[in-house]
Design a protein around this ligand. Structure first.
Ligand SMILES: NC(=O)c1ccc[n+]([C@@H]2O[C@H](COP(=O)([O-])OP(=O)(O)OC[C@H]3O[C@@H](n4cnc5c(N)ncnc54)[C@H](OP(=O)(O)O)[C@@H]3O)[C@@H](O)[C@H]2O)c1
Length: 332
């Protein structure tokens, strides 16, 4: 064990209360969807996690299928925990999820109790943990009774293998129902994980109101639209970027002339605020009152350093948000 966390690691970070719960989440959380798989450089990932923790990032977000190959991000995170962060386990909020294809056959996908509970056991094995802090249903499954999926989350909490239940990618109406069912089961929904960025504003349409009404926390994923809302693609597609890698989920055909045009406009607006485009995009997300935490991905410590700068920024005013919104388009 050669990692000793900085004594002043909690001095810069801001924490927001997650819904009607006892948990505070850091304003910036770090996700391991990309850049932490078997295909990635382990030491770079390790450096990112260590640096993040030293800057007060207490929340790391995983899912069963993160890699590639699926599962390898959890395995690597387990190694980082063992090497560096094990003594700090009680300072960490570690989440994982099940809901997308993980293993072959009829029981390795979607929302059944069988899949969710088996997957949670596998995730705990890979990370070498006794429990995760948050266990999510990764997506709404219209073919499984919601009572069954929520029952699996409640069972995970009752068994002590998870401390809190969360849902991700659920539409507003299903979120309302899920919240009711979970409350009735005595394991309230802690948090909703939703795609939200300058390019993905669907959450504003109904979900935000449900989350406010039900006092559920909200963590915004892909706030940089997987890197589109940064300077990454202003001059082409770098080979080491997500879009430049064959296994990246950002595809080159998503970088259309229309997208580039908006990115260039936003980059100019960022400049007028003295910000980088990434800082503008992240500060825009954090300025919305239904957001508890902004869940970023990073491929280097340097990107994380840039993104952490938003901690020192005041929230945008409604006028500033309106100005930024006026040049937006919706992307996939
Ligand atoms: N619940 C769900 O269904 C779901 C779905 C997707 C994601 N998530 C969660 O959300 C997390 C974040 O998603 P995401 O990785 O798509 O988030 P993101 O923050 O929108 O995109 C991250 C990418 O943006 C680029 N980037 C970040 N900071 C930068 C900077 N300062 N300058 C230039 N480029 C920068 C990097 O791209 P390069 O790699 O090209 O350098 C990085 O990999 C995931 O890890 C996962 O935990 C959840």
């Amino acid at each position: 064990m050669d990692f000793i966390a900085k004594d002043n690691r909690y001095e810069q970070m801001a924490y927001r209360r997650c819904g009607n719960s006892g948990i505070n989440l850091p304003l910036l959380s770090v996700g391991l969807w990309h850049n932490f798989g078997e295909v990635d450089d382990f030491e770079t990932g390790r450096e990112i996690i260590r640096y993040a923790f030293n800057e007060g990032v207490t929340h790391f977000d995983l899912a069963n299928n993160y890699g590639p190959p699926p599962g390898s991000a959890e395995t690597n995170f387990g190694k980082i925990l063992k090497k560096d962060l094990k003594p700090y386990r009680d300072e960490l909020i570690i989440s994982t999820k099940a809901g997308y294809l993980m293993w072959p056959g009829p029981y390795g996908d979607h929302g059944s109790r069988k899949y969710l509970l088996a997957s949670l056991d596998q995730s705990l094995d890979r990370m070498n943990l006794d429990y995760v802090d948050i266990f999510y249903s990764h997506r709404f499954d219209p073919l499984t009774p919601l009572e069954e999926t929520m029952g699996a989350l409640a069972q995970a909490v009752r068994s002590g293998k998870a401390l809190y239940a969360g849902i991700s990618n659920y539409p507003a109406a299903e979120t309302m129902q899920a919240a009711r069912i979970l409350s009735e089961m005595g394991t309230p929904c802690l948090i909703h994980q939703v795609k939200y960025s300058l390019f993905q504003r669907g959450a504003e349409e109904g979900l935000a109101a449900v989350l406010r009404e039900k006092m559920i926390g909200c963590i915004a994923f892909s706030p940089l639209a997987q890197g589109l809302l940064t300077d990454r693609y202003l001059d082409g597609i770098p080979t080491d970027s997500r879009a430049g890698k064959s296994h990246g989920f950002l595809k080159t055909d998503q970088i259309t002339p229309e997208v580039k045009e908006v990115v260039i406009k936003l980059n100019k607006i960022a400049g007028t605020h003295g910000l980088s485009l990434a800082e503008l995009a992240l500060n825009w997300v954090k300025s919305h009152d239904f957001i508890t935490s902004v869940l970023i991905g990073v491929s280097s410590k340097k990107q994380l350093q840039t993104n952490l700068k938003i901690l020192g920024l005041p929230n945008f005013s409604q006028e500033q948000i309106n100005e930024i919104n006026s040049c937006l388009i919706e992307t996939t």
